[in-house]
Design a protein around this ligand. Structure first.
Ligand SMILES: C[S@@+](CC[C@H](N)C(=O)[O-])C[C@H]1O[C@@H](n2cnc3c(N)ncnc32)[C@H](O)[C@@H]1O
Length: 263
């Protein structure tokens, strides 16, 4: 995905790549930030998917794989204005969305009135155990620090049926974060791979307090394995530097499947 409405990201950087997120309440800061930019973000991102054929292909493959299981209930975590949820619904999934930001959920409801959107946190999902065939986190774990990531992944493992699919998309580190880290992300499994954190205090002229976490495909897959998932597909795409939505980092797409065996 395009860098969030963020002209000249380096201008706003105040946390060095690889340093920790020191926000005392990162979730409140994330919610308040997205509440503040909800209207601008919704207008800015509205046509992004039309400009990103690989993104559409990834979501199309995910939808086909979910539908092939005979079920269609799918939840998008961090759905923002609901454009991805709506795209999945148009592909035949029974898609709903959840987001931390009430203003984002208001935008989602306004633009996609036929779809169920809920305010909530992905660390505590309002769904029964084994109730979903698919879960999507499309550029939303980018705001989740390491200390909360296992809680999110445990919740996804709880609500997904065995054999259910979990599709993630996130920005990858712009360069190796450790000299010893393999350049092939598939080799990074099992390593305590570092990640980069970029902090923004302003986006599109609006004050925010937002951290963006960039992780390798291997490090996220490795964490998910510990929650009973197996990798299905890992795709790395070069940054789109020439289109309407320019990107400054490689983009990562990870599809994991919840194992059939008891966790
Ligand atoms: C970059 S936006 C992506 C929105 C949407 N997935 C899209 O691609 O248009 C990230 C979204 O994740 C949400 N978010 C961040 N942390 C969250 C959490 N812990 N629980 C639920 N939503 C969260 C934010 O409020 C924001 O709307």
């Amino acid at each position: 995905m395009t860098d969030s409405p963020a002209p000249a990201p380096d201008r706003h950087r105040d946390t060095a790549p690889g340093s920790a997120d020191h926000s005392p309440d990162h979730r409140t800061a994330t919610r308040d930030s997205y509440d503040a930019i909800a209207e601008e973000y919704t207008a800015w991102i509205a046509n992004e998917l039309a400009a990103k054929p690989y993104d559409r292909a990834v979501l199309g493959a995910f939808s086909e794989l979910v539908l092939a299981t005979g079920s269609a209930e799918t939840l998008e975590l961090g759905c923002g204005p609901g454009r991805i949820t709506a795209f999945l619904a148009a592909l035949g999934l029974e898609a709903s969305g959840l987001d931390l930001s009430p203003a984002m959920i208001a935008q989602a409801k306004q633009h996609h009135p036929g779809i169920d959107f809920t305010v909530g946190t992905m660390t505590c999902l309002p769904r029964d155990s084994d109730s979903l065939a698919g879960v999507v986190a499309w550029y939303s774990i980018i705001h989740v620090p390491d200390e909360d990531l296992d809680a999110v992944f445990a919740e996804v493992a709880r609500v997904l049926r065995p054999g259910g699919h979990f599709q993630l998309a996130f920005q990858l580190p712009s360069e190796p974060t450790h000299p010893a880290e393999p350049t092939d992300p598939t080799e990074a499994d099992g390593l305590a791979a570092g990640h980069q954190v970029e902090h923004f205090t302003e986006l599109a002229g609006i004050d925010v307090d937002l951290s963006f976490h960039r992780r390798t495909l291997g490090s996220v897959a490795s964490r998910l394995r510990a929650h009973g998932f197996a990798p299905v597909a890992r795709v790395e795409r070069e940054p789109d530097q020439h289109g309407q939505y320019p990107e400054s980092t490689p983009q990562g797409y990870l599809l994991m499947r919840r194992l059939l065996a008891p966790k």
